[in-house]
Design a protein around this ligand. Structure first.
Ligand SMILES: *Cc1c(COP(=O)(O)O)cnc(C)c1O
Length: 458
C-alpha cells in the first residue's frame, strides 16, 4: 500500500469524488481510511471514528463482520463472476431463498442489478413497459413527491424532487408529475413542537388532499407512483406516518397506477422493521432494494416485482415483451453470497426487533436535543434520527455559513463521521449499535454542533 502522503498526492492529482466540490479540499485533505471494525472506522494515523451514517446508509452489522468476510472469500475462490443470462448460480438462489421467506408472497420475481439507482431504473422501465404490454401505451409518465430522491442516473433523476441535486439535469430527463408529499417537519397540523415519531403525529393527514388531487388529475397519463416509504432520506431525513402510505397504496390501485416502493435506504431493518412498508401493512407492485442488501459489503441491488407484472412480459421472442435491461455484473456471485449470508445473520440475531431497547434509548437521547437552542425539529424512525439546525425562533441559518458542513468537520475532529444534509444533522446507525455507542455518538455530535453554532452569525 502506498504511504499516506503518496495516497493524498494521487488523490489530489487524479481522483474525482462524488457529491463533492473539489475546492472544499484545496486547503484540507480527505481522511485516508484504512480499516473498519464494528461501528468504527480507522484512519491511516490509527485514529478511530464512529461511523454514525453507516457509510452512506449501507452498513448494517458493523464493518468487517467475520461471517460476511468469510462468505465473500469462499465465493470469490469458487466462482467470482459469470454472466446471468442463460446461467444461474448457487449464491443467487441462496439469496432469493432467504428473501422469499421475509418478503410478501405477492412479490415473487427478483431482478438483479448493481446499486440503488439501477434498481430504480429497472423499476421505472418495468412499469412503463407493463402498461404497453397491456395495451395502455398512453401511460408513460411517473408521479413522484416533493423531496423525493431515487438516485443519480438519468431515469432516477427524472423522478427526483431535491432541487439542489436535480434541477441542473432537468433538461436531460423526461418530466415527471410532482405531487406535494407529506412534510411533517414543516406541517402546521402536527400535535407537538417537534415531529418526533412520525407514527404518532396526531394529525388527520391533512396533506393527503393535495396529493390525491394531483394523482387524480395525472393518473391517466402515468404508469406508476414512486415513493420512499416512511422516510425520505436524501431529501432531508423526513419522516411521515404509515397512514400516508396506506392511503397512497389504495389510491394507486384505484387509479390504475403501479406503486414503486424505493426501500433502497429503508430496507433491511433501518426503520425498526425489516422493511418500512411492513409498518403500513401494504404490499407494493415493485420494490427496490440495495444499500443494506449485502450489509454494506458489495454493490448489489434488486427490483422485486409481482407475478402479475412479470407475467405481462411473458410471450414469444417476437412479442416485443422482453425486458431489455441488464448490467455486466448483474447478480455477481460474490455479492449474492454476501447478501445471502447477511440475511441469515440478521435473522439469527433477531434484528431489528432484538434492538428494541437500544432504539428506545436512542430516541430518548435524541429528545434531549430539544434543549438545544439551535435545534428547530427532531424526528426519528428506527435507527434513523435527525435534527434541523436553525437560528433563534427557528429562522433558517445563513446558507453561506454552511453550518452542516462545519459540523461535519468538527465531528471528524471528535472522532465521529456525520454527513449533514444541508443544515439537517442526522444519524443513520447500524443495527448492531450498543447503548454506549449511541451515547458516544450523540455526545460527540452535540459537542460538534455547539462548537460550530455558538460561533454562528445571528
Ligand atoms: C441512495 C438511494 C438511492 C440510490 O442508490 P445508489 O446505490 O446510490 O445508486 C435510491 N433511492 C434511495 C431512497 C436512496 O436512498
Amino acid at each position: 500500500m502506498p504511504a499516506k502522503e503518496e495516497i493524498l498526492r494521487l488523490d489530489r492529482d487524479h481522483l474525482w469524488h462524488p457529491f463533492t466540490q473539489a475546492s472544499d479540499y484545496a486547503e484540507r485533505d480527505p481522511v485516508v481510511m484504512v480499516g473498519g471494525r464494528g461501528v468504527r472506522l480507522f484512519d491511516a494515523d490509527g485514529r478511530a471514528y464512529y461511523d454514525a451514517i453507516s457509510s452512506w446508509w449501507t452498513n448494517t452489522l458493523g464493518h468487517a463482520h467475520p461471517r460476511l468476510v468469510a462468505a465473500a472469500a469462499r465465493q470469490a475462490a469458487a466462482l467470482e463472476h459469470v454472466n446471468f443470462s442463460g446461467f444461474t448460480h448457487p449464491p443467487a438462489a441462496d439469496l432469493v431463498a432467504g428473501l422469499v421467506e421475509v418478503l410478501p408472497p405477492a412479490l415473487s420475481r427478483y431482478f438483479f442489478s448493481d446499486d440503488g439507482s439501477t434498481a430504480v431504473e429497472a423499476a421505472l422501465k418495468m412499469a412503463f413497459q407493463y402498461w404497453r404490454n397491456r395495451g395502455r401505451a398512453e401511460k408513460t409518465r411517473f408521479i413522484m413527491v416533493d423531496h423525493a430522491y431515487h438516485g443519480d442516473t438519468l431515469g432516477a433523476v427524472g423522478v427526483g424532487g431535491v432541487d439542489l441535486f436535480h434541477r441542473i439535469y432537468r433538461p436531460l430527463t423526461v418530466e415527471s408529475f410532482r405531487a406535494p408529499g407529506p412534510d411533517c417537519a414543516r406541517c402546521p397540523h402536527r400535535r407537538s413542537r417537534h415531529t418526533g415519531d412520525a407514527r404518532d403525529t396526531g394529525c388527520a393527514l391533512e396533506c393527503f388532499d393535495a396529493f390525491e388531487a394531483l394523482l387524480r388529475e395525472k393518473a391517466p397519463a402515468a404508469a406508476a407512483l414512486i415513493l420512499e416509504p416512511l422516510l425520505q432520506g436524501a431529501g432531508g431525513m423526513l419522516v411521515h406516518p404509515p397512514l400516508f402510505l396506506q392511503r397512497a397504496r389504495a389510491l394507486a390501485s384505484e387509479l390504475d397506477l403501479l406503486l414503486i416502493l424505493d426501500e433502497v435506504a429503508t430496507g433491511f431493518g433501518r426503520t425498526g422493521t425489516l422493511f418500512a412498508f411492513e409498518q403500513a401493512g401494504v404490499v407494493t407492485d415493485l420494490l427496490c432494494l440495495s444499500k443494506g442488501l449485502t450489509g454494506g459489503f458489495m454493490p448489489l441491488a434488486l427490483t422485486v416485482a409481482t407475478e402479475e407484472v412479470f407475467q405481462s412480459f411473458y410471450g414469444d421472442a417476437a412479442s416485443g415483451r422482453t425486458f431489455f435491461h441488464g448490467h455486466s455484473y448483474t447478480a455477481n456471485p460474490v455479492a449474492c453470497a454476501v447478501g445471502a449470508e447477511h440475511l441469515r445473520v440478521v435473522r439469527e440475531l433477531g434484528l431489528p426487533r432484538s434492538a428494541a431497547l437500544v432504539l428506545d434509548h436512542f430516541h430518548r437521547r435524541l429528545k434531549e436535543f430539544a434543549e438545544e437552542r439551535w435545534v428547530s425539529d427532531i424526528r426519528h424512525l428506527g435507527f434513523v434520527g435527525a435534527v434541523d439546525l436553525a437560528g433563534p425562533g427557528g429562522a433558517p441559518l445563513d446558507p453561506a455559513f454552511r453550518a452542516g458542513w462545519r459540523v461535519y468537520h468538527e465531528g471528524l475532529a471528535r472522532g465521529v463521521v456525520l454527513r449533514p444534509l444541508g443544515d439537517t444533522l442526522y444519524w443513520f446507525l447500524p443495527l448492531v449499535v450498543t447503548r454506549e455507542e449511541v451515547d458516544a455518538i450523540l455526545d460527540r455530535s452535540r459537542e460538534s454542533m455547539r462548537a460550530v453554532l455558538d460561533g454562528a452569525p445571528r
